[in-house]
Design a protein around this ligand. Structure first.
Ligand code: GRF
Length: 202
């Protein structure tokens, strides 16, 4: 299976997926890494690891539709079976999302459906929740609302600030995102009435 990974910055989730795919020899190829920012740090990792890297600069497009159309044409050159959003900080148009229905995953740093949107760790601290975490989900038109594939939970400690919480959760992101992508490439994920089913290991 061909995987295309979209990033906007550091790309640590992308790195975790690439490393796991290679070391565990998943039945897939990381076909490309695409960034909407030319200065995304993750592009260097892609280049160093022999992964085709592309940049489609979002801010040089006048509309979301124009950007998404350009992005889609670059993505589709790689004939992807799966699109992985890994810290890709763009809201996508319904048309784009529909084109990749059932084959686009995202990671969101909260226990969805709590705290969709931005600044999730700040939201969690303000709400006083005692546990927080991360969610891998299929992407649907409604932001941060698609069928849930995997979640990880961490405690919120009295001394936490946004950064300490983000660090504790990132460690877990690097475990659940590769796991979810692996399930997908093994053909084990299906969606039944909006709920993800994970088939047993063959
Ligand atoms: C992660 O916390 C991800 O959940 C969020 O943005 C961060 C991206 O980190 N959407 P990285 O680029 O994968 O290092």
């Amino acid at each position: 299976k061909n995987i295309v990974i979209l990033i906007s910055g550091r790309g640590s989730n992308m790195q975790a997926i690439v490393r796991a795919a290679r070391s565990e020899q998943w039945p897939c190829r990381i076909a490309a890494v695409i960034s909407n920012r030319a200065d995304a740090e993750g592009l260097q990792f892609a280049a160093q690891h022999g992964i085709p890297a592309e940049v489609v600069v979002s801010k040089s497009f006048a509309t979301r539709d124009a950007f998404d159309a350009a992005l889609q044409s670059v993505i589709d050159r790689f004939e992807p079976d799966l699109i992985v959003l890994a810290g890709f900080m763009r809201i996508l148009t319904p048309k784009f999302v529909e084109h990749y229905a059932g084959r686009m995953l995202n990671i969101h740093p909260s226990l969805l459906p709590s705290f969709p949107g931005l600044a999730t760790h700040r939201q969690a601290l303000a709400a006083g929740v005692k546990v927080h975490g991360a969610t891998v989900h299929f992407v649907t038109a409604e932001l941060d609302h698609g069928p849930i594939v995997a979640q990880a939970v961490v405690p919120v400690l009295p001394a936490d600030n946004e950064q300490s919480l983000a660090e504790r959760i990132l460690v877990e992101e690097h475990k659940i995102y590769p796991q979810a992508v692996k399930w997908f490439v093994e053909g084990r994920l299906s969606i039944d009435n909006g709920v993800v089913r994970i088939a047993d290991e063959p």
